[in-house]
Design a binder for this molecule. Structure first.
Ligand code: SF4
Length: 377
């Protein structure tokens, strides 16, 4: 049996198509031995792959598993999702963040029902016409569910590409993404027995377990090391070349939990922009002292009886940070506000019970410190 050094030497001596085939074979054998067992891999239907890939954008695998199971229990297929009400799918997404993903998923399900007879199209080019399906997701669905030879280039594949080729350009440059697509596509098509979905998933797993981000990659156990220029040069940590990070904008807010014994004041956010369509506690810009807070709440139409300060909290979005302080305010005469018997108009404050905040209205994680203060009472 040939040892690793011998395999490396042999791979280095191969050229062109042979080398592409050797690349794919090394990768796929490693995948067969080390692949992660994930719920959506057990039955990789187009809908399952689509749903999991949308959930996995910006969210860790471990966090997605429970959401994926809950979502499928309620919406087992594209038809049931297409027929769902906004509050239903938003509530199931609560805590995952980036809610435009689930809104697009729903719009996409409606489109699949109306324009594709309930069946997802089987090519990346056609999948990209569906709302919320970009180049990456289209490639993931097309390769995993339909076996199309198209690389799904995400951050993992970009990082691996940058190290394999000692790419000197910034990882966020469009030209680098195109080069990575071309590089992996060539490797795929040079192996006539390639499994395109597994090829992509192997690179995703390799990026998670071996060619690590923000850490020393585990080159000694990497199936691609004999193809890797950064390994040969001894400098994998120099890649990928990262763009400079811009400082996030900081916004200060004062959040109000305005309540009587049973109900809390809530408001729906606008249909567009940050956290669109979700529910929030009334709040004001700036960090208000108690006197200013009482004044602000009176202006909203409440008659405050008691006030007490809540802990400060912080939430970090991609481009901004909310630094929050809060007050719980016991108020009187809430009857004039909309409640279960009178629906609220857009942007109007209404009253919800604790049970409804838990089960019906999706309040984003940004307010989780204040929701927790409410639910633990
Ligand atoms: S050899 Fe090292 S740097 Fe190169 S792809 Fe493998 S883990 Fe990444």
């Amino acid at each position: 049996m040939m040892n690793r050094r011998g395999e490396d030497r042999e791979n280095n001596q191969k050229t062109g198509e042979d080398r592409g085939k050797a690349f794919s074979e090394s990768l796929l054998s490693w995948y067969d031995a080390h692949r992660r067992i994930l719920p959506w891999r057990e039955d990789p239907s187009p809908y399952h792959v689509w749903l999991s890939e949308i959930m996995l954008q910006q969210t860790r695998v471990e966090a997605v598993k429970a959401y994926y199971a809950r979502f499928l229990a309620q919406f087992p297929d594209i038809a049931s999702l297409a027929g769902a009400a906004e509050d239903q799918y938003m509530k199931l997404w609560e805590g995952l963040g980036y809610y435009s993903r689930v809104r697009n998923l729903h719009r996409g399900a409606v489109m699949v029902m109306e324009q594709y007879g309930g069946k997802m199209p089987d090519s990346a080019a056609e999948l990209k016409k569906i709302p919320g399906i970009g180049e990456y997701t289209a490639a993931a669905v097309a390769s995993i569910a339909f076996g199309e030879c198209v690389p799904a280039v995400d951050g993992n594949l970009l990082r691996i590409f940058a190290r394999l080729t000692c790419c000197p350009q910034g990882i966020n440059e469009t030209a680098v993404k195109k080069a990575a697509q071309g590089f992996f596509h060539e490797k795929m098509v040079q192996d006539e027995s390639v499994r395109p979905g597994d090829f992509n998933q192997a690179l995703m797993d390799l990026g998670t377990a071996v060619c690590l981000p923000n850490a020393v990659p585990l080159c000694e156990v990497c199936p691609l090391r004999s193809f890797c220029e950064a390994f040969a040069a001894g400098n994998p940590r120099d890649y990928p070349v990262m763009p400079e990070k811009k400082a996030r904008k900081v916004e200060q807010l004062t959040v109000f939990l305005i309540r009587d014994a049973e109900r809390i004041a809530l408001k729906k956010r606008p249909a567009r922009g940050l956290l669109a369509g979700l529910y929030e506690y009334p709040h004001e810009p700036g960090h208000l002292d108690q006197k200013e807070a009482l004044e602000a709440v009176r202006k909203m139409g409440f008659s405050p009886l008691r006030i007490h300060a809540l802990p400060e909290a912080k939430h970090i979005f991609t481009h901004k940070e909310w630094h929050m302080t809060g007050y719980e305010i016991l108020a009187d005469e809430l009857e004039s506000f909309p409640g279960p018997d009178r629906p609220a108009g857009p942007g109007e404050i209404f009253l919800a019970s604790i049970r409804e905040i838990r089960d019906v209205y999706a309040v984003p994680t940004a307010f989780s410190a204040y929701t927790a203060a409410l639910l633990t009472r």
